[in-house]
Design a protein around this ligand. Structure first.
Ligand SMILES: CC(C)(COP(=O)(O)OP(=O)(O)OC[C@H]1O[C@@H](n2cnc3c(N)ncnc32)[C@H](O)[C@@H]1OP(=O)(O)O)[C@@H](O)C(=O)NCCC(=O)NCCS
Ligand SMILES: CC(=O)OP(=O)(O)O
Length: 333
């Protein structure tokens, strides 16, 4: 069974409620029809009557709950929660109401926070910054985690590398400035994400343009320091670096450049040294190798709220909703 079909089967076994705030985009409704038909999740779609009518034509979304953000009996509860969560920032009820009406992602996050939804997926027509800022502000990180990061579950067709073509790539979405401490934390979270979704041991490669000191530069030191921190803080991880991509993935090259490494040649979890590398890297594999790219899934956030690429297809939204539902199942257990 294809990886994403296994995730869908898991999601169906214990159905969660996922909120989709992008009623201004037709792909939301194409995805919603498929999610409802396959029974992957219960859905809440946020939108006015006009937005729903304009964009849902031709799609059967019977069974979805529609919440009009201008006419919702629960709205005051969400405003109160917003004000409570942002008390230190001095947000007033009027400002909270305005932000929720202008940007439905705030509404979606508050539904999750108040327990009216188990997770949210957005980002088909909003940039990543605008999609995740409400989640970072209102939901915050899990206890003990300093930074949220974003990974893609990559499913590369006809590929025997990684876990038969399955990989976690991170951080591809969130942190423009990563230091060694952050990279080490991203490695830990990415290993957990791989093991949660793929069910196999994560082998984490800390990527660079150097393998084991073959190049000298501050950027190489940043990754080598991250490896040292990760070994110290998370000794249970199977992790190595710094490694070039070929040394991480290809057994013969791994043996040549990093002999004796448990990871080199067998990596399935790739931690990129910068957001540039991660974001460009996942798009290269998605577009040139025609890989499935599900995400960015946020790791380290207190509740399952996930982003999409604006270049996504309805099918990608379906996959990301299924992954979000499985995250919600894990959070509940
Ligand atoms: C994530 C991002 C939106 C946050 O930055 P910002 O909009 O400038 O906002 P701020 O830095 O003021 O942060 C807003 C809140 O989020 C928190 N935050 C920012 N980055 C965070 C992170 N990685 N983890 C957890 N919290 C974070 C801040 O502490 C702040 O909290 P506060 O309002 O309670 O004080 C920004 O770093 C960004 O745009 N990243 C790149 C996204 C992108 O374009 N990716 C490529 C395409 S996928
Ligand atoms: C994840 C990502 O790159 O998102 P977008 O394509 O929307 O910028």
């Amino acid at each position: 069974m294809a990886f994403i079909d296994e995730i869908k089967a898991k999601a169906k076994a214990d159905k969660k409620t996922i909120v989709l705030p992008e009623s201004m985009d037709k792909r939301t409704f194409a995805a919603a029809e498929q999610i409802l038909k396959e029974g992957i999740a219960n859905l809440i779609i946020i939108g006015t009557k006009e937005e729903i009518e304009a964009n849902s034509e031709g799609y059967d979304i019977t069974g979805a709950t529609i919440v009009d953000p201008f006419n919702d009996p629960n709205k005051q509860k969400y405003i109160d929660k917003f004000v409570e969560l942002r008390a230190k920032k001095g947000v007033t009820p009027e400002q909270a109401k305005e932000m929720m009406e202008k940007d439905y992602m705030y509404y979606a996050c508050l539904m999750c926070k108040c327990g009216d939804a188990d997770g949210a997926v957005s980002g088909a027509c909003h940039s990543t910054g605008n999609t995740i800022r409400p989640a970072l502000q209102l939901l915050k990180t899990k206890p003990g985690i300093s930074s949220v990061s974003g990974f893609f579950l990559m499913e590369v067709p006809n590929c025997e590398l990684g876990e038969n073509g399955l990989f976690v790539f991170a951080d591809c979405a969130v942190n423009p400035d990563v230091d060694s401490e952050k990279l080490a934390e991203i490695a830990k979270l990415s290993a957990e994400s791989f093991e949660t979704f793929v069910g196999k041991e994560a082998k984490v490669a800390m990527l660079s343009f150097s393998t084991k000191g073959s190049a000298k530069h501050d950027n190489v030191d940043k990754v080598a320091n991250a490896v040292a921190i990760a070994h110290e803080k998370y000794p249970e991880l199977t992790l190595d670096g710094e490694l070039q991509l070929d040394a991480a993935l290809v057994p013969e090259v791994g043996e040549l450049k990093a002999p004796g490494s448990k990871v080199a040649g067998h990596a399935n979890t790739l931690v990129f040294p910068s957001l540039e590398a991660g974001n460009i890297g996942y798009k290269l594999v998605q577009r040139l190798a025609k890989a499935g790219a599900y995400g960015p899934i946020l790791q380290g956030l207190s509740l399952p709220v996930n982003d999409l690429s604006r270049g996504c297809y309805a099918e990608d939204i379906v996959g990301t909703v299924a992954l979000t539902a499985v995250q919600a199942q894990n959070a509940a257990n």
